[in-house]
Design a binder for this molecule. Sequence first.
Ligand SMILES: Cc1cc2nc3c(=O)[nH]c(=O)nc-3n(C[C@H](O)[C@H](O)[C@H](O)COP(=O)(O)OP(=O)(O)OC[C@H]3O[C@@H](n4cnc5c(N)ncnc54)[C@H](O)[C@@H]3O)c2cc1C
Length: 447
Amino acid sequence: MEQYDVIIVGSGLAGLTSAVELCDQGAKVLVLEKEKVIGGRTSSWDEDGMLVESGFHRHIGYYKALPYILKKVGVNVDSIVQWEENVDVRIKGKKDVATFGVSPIFGPIDLLKGILGNNDILSLKDKFSLMGFFINGFIDYLRNPDSLDRWNVRDYAKKHQVNEDALHYAVIPLSAGIFFLPPERYSAKVFFGLFFPAIPRFYRMRIGAYLGGMTELLAQPIANYIEGKKGTIQTNAKVQNLIVDEGNVQGVELEDGSRFHAKHVILATDLGGAKKILKENFLNHPSLKSLFQLPTMPAVTIQMEFLKPVLPYDRTTFGPLTSLASFAEQSRSTFTHVPGRLSIILTPPEKFLAMEKEEILKQVQKEARELGLDLETNLTKYRIVSRPEDFYSLEPNHDRLRPNQKTDIDGLILAGDYTKQPYYATMEGAVVSGLKAASLILNNVKK
Ligand SMILES: Cc1cc2nc3c(=O)[nH]c(=O)nc-3n(C[C@H](O)[C@H](O)[C@H](O)COP(=O)(O)OP(=O)(O)OC[C@H]3O[C@@H](n4cnc5c(N)ncnc54)[C@H](O)[C@@H]3O)c2cc1C
């Protein structure tokens, strides 16, 4: 039986990052992925004749670890994204779209116009109320981030006298629009924590739309690099269980019964996947108590193809107070092979998990009409992509339950966006967790 130095379960950004770092140091690495494509939540594939992805993603200009790993494998971020300096907010019943600049350096005029303009949506009073909310939020985050986790965004906004319009048209797009959760279910720690790294790196702030499917742009070049360094990646390889001897993890067993041994196993699955693999041997292990207590959260998207573009440009757009949390036309950036393409992230996700595909389509089309969008006339295809328990819950009081990469179990290390790192459930967070997991093994070897 072949013996590996490290087995990595999961080929998302966390697992692939760990593999790069370990292969670089000469470790014999095996990556096992249950799906037929690599990339996890950053993957794209053909779904019954339509190209889809796990959901539309934005590369945030302040990210550091993801560009580091991409550079290592020969990919320059600028060559794979189309940068956006603005976001749009579409408001029910209003004809005009509100545009807000996000980049002080690359789009300073748009930034100022966004703040000083949009007065029919946000009055001067609303804007002042938002200023207090953000300043206090960032100060609290700096002083004691954990105290913010006790607050949900709606209550924290109320505490700082944010007006209803400001809550609806600025705060909701930034909570429901980014992590599909309404403000009353969204931790204020996560809300401010996501924007916090943008303050010292304000000069890099922009939003990147990927210029192609994410497996092809992100995961595949990383995988090529790993294989070039003699690492092995196996798809359609679902890990069922860990091989445990006297409490030490010594390998993994796949669904088909095949077994692989290694000195270390990095469990780099999503949270739902980790719970399933760990429960047989470690359900009551003190080191994993919080992992089992941390709830999961779903994500649901609808992806649609049209005979012509629905929107005049490819730009991140929010639809507050509707189920269309955020959406983007993608026919000029990510999916250029079709004349029109829209990807929509739905909120609240739980509601859509329980619905039939057709029912979801009807509901989305109805609510899109209220935002001034016709998603019926030129529609040719649509697919629903659901990820029932891939996310950890970003609701208040859950952040403290996120486990460390290091466990007290010999041979077992965790990675994944749900493990402790400061970038929450993002690509950057996944990469940081993968770097941390790899360094635990590499530092151990050096000692
Ligand atoms: C709709 C949507 C929109 C998003 N938008 C953004 C965005 O704009 N910007 C951003 O930064 N982030 C965004 N994210 C979040 C980002 O995709 C994730 O944080 C990140 O990709 C997580 O990477 P990961 O490696 O931790 O986990 P994953 O990518 O989930 O990887 C885990 C892997 O483990 C595999 N696995 C699970 N169980 C097993 C098993 N038993 N055996 C073998 N393999 C297994 C899974 O198949 C998967 O490939 C978005 C996510 C979604 C779903």
